[in-house]
Design a protein around this ligand. Structure first.
Ligand SMILES: [Zn+2]
Length: 97
């Protein structure tokens, strides 16, 4: 085996679909549209399907779920049930200390 290549750590950048802030992927929460279980929060970020990202600001979650933003990003129509389930899993606001 040849010498190990030193790979530069690649940190993927994603954009919150509401506020459009670009963040390190790990600071965003992925919502995914799956073919089997509908739209859900994907804490692993690895689920197959069309994904959209939301940041940790409560207002972005409010807006995404009370408007068509998330529907449009995922090119689907979210049911009330899905909205409620996703909203319950929003990150607890860690307000600036
Ligand atoms: Zn946001």
């Amino acid at each position: 085996m040849s010498a190990q290549k030193v790979r530069k750590k690649h940190i993927p950048i994603r954009t919150c679909i509401v506020c459009r802030q670009k963040r390190d992927k790990r600071q965003l929460v992925r919502i995914v549209r799956t073919s089997v279980s509908g739209v859900l929060v994907d804490p692993t970020g690895k689920q197959n399907g069309r994904g959209a990202y939301l940041c940790d600001q409560e207002q972005c979650w409010d807006q995404a779920l009370n408007s068509r933003v998330l529907d449009q990003a995922l090119k689907t129509e979210l049911s009330e049930e899905e909205r409620k389930t996703i909203y319950k899993q929003r990150p607890i606001e860690r307000a600036a200390l």
